[in-house]
Design a protein around this ligand. Structure first.
Ligand code: FES
Ligand code: FE2
Length: 349
């Protein structure tokens, strides 16, 4: 079950050029292209004549031509040319979707276009401030499992032993503060006096043990902003909230349903240490990519099992706090959109 009246991350701006790009979002095939003036267009990826994907078509200036019988559509989805026919019926049009390009990302509104307001797009200035590298991945699980995974970081001790994990007891001793918000949830987790994880220790020379933080904000339905890092114990990261220096990493996550069973995972890793060294950003990206592969293996296995035996209840444990707040925020929004009581909004447990 999806929320429709919301902004979703569709792609990185660099993925869209004058060659059409087809991408299914919320079960809806969409074609993207960039007009000659640079504006991004998003249309239904199905020609209104005989259903040919427009993503197999060609862009000319601001328009796209279906490469089956040659009908041409403008960026608003209106047919502007039918070969060999002067009259263009009003019904000759395809749906167009509101899009906005912000912070290097292409956002799309899949619901009622009249309700779309670009001011509601979460802002992410870090792509302009920190060196970063990005990726788009297709993951074989429902999109909710991806945000669940990110919002319960206790999995790192087991799933990311070679990449992101500190000593297991640091997770058990972690101090966590969860703050529900109008659109989701924020939380910060402090792990004090712990071993630096492998990725951190490779990137930065620590004297010994570190104070480590992980700060996350979930904005329903599908965006997570992360700031994590560590400083040597005694440098005031925790005591004075002085988190410059040491190791710093910001990750943007756009998690957008492709279908009920598959998701787009559109992320960037931005580097807060050794910022003048491009190799440091590359290395960080590679390490995070490796860690996400570890997550992906878990999520695919978990989702395959949930699909087989999904109707038996699961339980929540203490570490589910932020995850539960995120789900509640999303369920509240879906219920409001559909005008139904919240108990009737059924999502994966
Ligand atoms: S299917 Fe597109 S013009 Fe015929
Ligand atoms: Fe993970």
């Amino acid at each position: 079950m999806f929320l429709y009246n919301a902004w979703y991350v569709a792609a990185w701006g660099t993925e869209i050029g004058e060659k059409p790009m087809g991408r299914t979002l919320l079960e809806e095939p969409v074609v993207f292209y960039r007009r000659s003036d640079g504006q991004v267009v998003a249309l239904e990826d199905r020609c209104c004549h005989r259903g040919m994907p427009l993503s197999c078509g060609q862009v000319f200036g601001n328009n796209i031509r279906c490469e089956y019988h040659g009908m041409v559509f403008d960026g608003g989805g209106n047919c502007v040319e039918i070969p060999g026919q002067p009259l263009i019926p009003k019904s000759a049009r395809v749906r167009s979707f509101p899009v906005a390009e912000r912070d290097g990302l292409i956002w799309i509104w899949m619901g009622d276009a009249n309700l779309s307001d670009p001011a509601a797009i979460p802002s992410y200035p870090w792509h302009a401030r920190w060196p970063h590298k990005d990726k788009t991945e297709r993951i074989l699980c429902n999109y909710l499992l991806l945000s669940d995974n990110l919002l319960d970081q206790t999995h790192a001790a087991y799933v990311h032993k070679s990449t992101l994990a500190s000593n297991v007891d640091a997770y058990e001793r972690a101090e966590i503060k969860i703050t529900p918000t109008e659109d989701g949830v924020k939380f910060i987790r402090w792990m004090l006096n712990c071993q630096p994880p492998g990725i951190y220790a490779k990137a930065v020379k620590f004297r010994g043990r570190v104070d480590r933080w992980g700060e996350f904000e979930y904005v329903a339905p599908s965006c997570i902003l992360q700031f994590t890092g560590a400083r040597d114990v005694g440098e005031g990261a925790y005591e004075n909230d002085d988190r410059d220096g040491g190791f710093g990493l910001r990750i943007f996550y756009g998690i957008t349903p492709e279908t009920e069973h598959t998701s787009w995972f559109i992320w960037s890793a931005a580097n807060g240490h050794r910022q003048n060294e491009p190799e440091a950003t590359e290395e960080l990206f590679r390490e995070i990519e490796r860690a996400f592969k570890e997550d992906e293996d878990v999520l695919v296995a978990q989702y395959a099992t949930l699909r087989k035996i999904g109707d038996r209840p699961l339980i929540n444990i203490a570490s589910d706090g932020a995850r539960v707040h995120a789900r509640l925020a999303l369920e509240r929004k879906i219920a409001e959109e559909r005008g139904i009581p919240r108990e009737q909004v059924i999502t994966l447990a």
